[in-house]
Design a protein around this ligand. Structure first.
Ligand code: CO
Length: 159
């Protein structure tokens, strides 16, 4: 079946600020959603995408920051450990053109289920840790704008 690029929901759509429901059915429909979300993320030049960003209030996210971890599919993810602090520039596909500095944990350990429902953990530092925290926040209805300590203008970023 051909993949679909899904429309990305932008702020202030209320679905972005509501907590998402846990996934209970690990079926073909979930696999299809994950495949379409990944394709949508790549087409939008993103490094992560959460299901509410495509209009589905379920605890599903995909992340790929282009490192050796590759494509990470997160179903019902939970941060089980977080340490340290980093501050860096962040954006979000639901806020086109908006960037700001956000403090995040430097290290996280995340437990999630894969598309077959099997539990796994992923440990990450730096940019991948940031992306994981950003996407998991989405599943709680928490947007990066609530954590920005300083907004950046585009000229500064293109510097
Ligand atoms: Co986002």
């Amino acid at each position: 079946m051909a993949l679909s690029i899904l429309p990305i929901v932008t702020y202030p759509n209320p679905i972005l600020e509501q907590p998402c429901a846990p996934v209970t059915a690990f079926d073909r429909q979930l696999g299809r959603l994950l495949d379409d979300m990944y394709e949508t993320m790549l087409a939008a030049d993103g490094v992560g995408l959460a299901a509410p960003q495509v209009g589905i209030a379920k605890r599903v996210a995909v992340v790929d920051v282009g490192d050796e971890h590759g494509r990470i599919e997160l179903i019902n993810p939970v941060i089980v450990e977080a340490r340290g602090e980093q501050v860096d520039v962040e954006g979000c596909l639901s806020f086109p053109g908006l960037f700001g500095e956000v403090p995040r944990a430097e290290y996280v350990n995340v437990r999630a289920q894969n598309r077959r429902g099997r539990l796994f953990t992923v440990s990450a530092t730096g940019f991948l840790a940031r992306a994981l925290q950003h996407e998991i926040d989405h599943l709680h209805g928490v947007l990066f704008t609530s954590k920005v300590i300083r907004y950046c203008d585009l000229e500064e970023l293109e510097g």
